[in-house]
Design a protein around this ligand. Structure first.
Ligand SMILES: [Ca+2]
Length: 267
């Protein structure tokens, strides 16, 4: 911008005031009034120019914000404080098990597993063969594969030579008096000879007071169980005897294997 410097003479105060007074149309100005008017116009022009030339009293501040890296956003942590304890909307329903857990069965009570006999003679002392009917029988130790469990079982060999009613042979075993009243069954593992001979399991207070149950060896190899609760005339609280017999027909020689004679508890 061009800077202009003007030089003038200041008129008298009266002349300047005279220029501010409205002049009637057609009025004749005096030379001094004309001069004063010109000076007043020059003053206004000068003031206008100075106004344009006057530097701003305040420094010009750039309105644009300097570009600076934006600070990383401050994570906002919202802390929620419960003002009151939650109120349950209803009584919680307990989760019912979908099925009744299986009860742990009581272990069986082993009466005889044939593992403790170190000779056939000792085995024969514990299992007395009943030869009253004139037939023959023998017991001896036996191992795998004729074993239900462990390393030993008992082989019972027999020869049924007579016909009915004397076509049977078996062994008797005495026990210390035992209470079987809370047991449900007496079970005997037997490897059958595959015949249809009868199998008799008997037990009671003694050899002279017992109950017997008839089964058939045709049932095959496995557990032969006799219900104790169904027995009549036997005091289950004072059991002192059990015996196992084989009866014909047919007559002849054969062998069965016996292991794990045990009691099952009532469930
Ligand atoms: Ca055994």
């Amino acid at each position: 911008m061009t800077v202009a410097y003007l030089q003038f003479y200041l008129p008298s105060k009266e002349a300047i005031e005279a220029t501010k007074t409205a002049e009637p149309i057609g009025a004749t100005k005096t030379a001094e009034a004309i001069r004063a008017t010109q000076i007043a116009e020059a003053i206004r022009a000068t003031q206008t120019a100075e106004a344009e030339l006057t530097p701003p009293t305040q420094p010009i501040v750039a309105t644009a914000t300097p570009t600076t890296p934006a600070p990383p956003p401050t994570p906002v942590i919202i802390v929620v404080t419960a003002t009151s304890s939650p109120t349950p909307t209803g009584t919680p329903t307990p989760i019912e098990p979908t099925s009744t857990p299986a009860s742990t069965p009581r272990p069986e009570l082993m009466i005889e597993d044939f593992e403790s006999y170190i000779s056939d003679a000792l085995l024969a002392e514990s299992f007395e063969i009943n030869r009253n009917a004139g037939n023959e029988g023998w017991v001896r130790r036996v191992g795998v594969p004729h074993v239900n469990e462990g390393r030993q079982a008992m082989a019972f060999e027999f020869d049924i030579r007579h016909r009915s009613p004397n076509d049977y042979i078996g062994f008797n075993t005495a026990l210390p008096i035992q209470d079987w009243s809370d047991c449900s069954a007496l079970c005997v593992w037997i490897e059958s000879d595959g015949s249809n001979r009868g199998l008799v399991i008997q037990f009671g207070e003694s050899e002279n007071s017992f109950s017997k149950t008839h089964r058939s060896l045709s049932e095959g190899t496995g557990d032969y169980c006799v219900s104790l609760q169904d027995q009549q005339g036997v005091d289950l609280r004072a059991i002192g005897y059990y015996g196992i017999y084989v009866e014909g027909p047919p007559q002849g020689q054969s062998i069965i294997y016996i292991d794990n004679i045990r009691l099952r508890y009532t469930e």
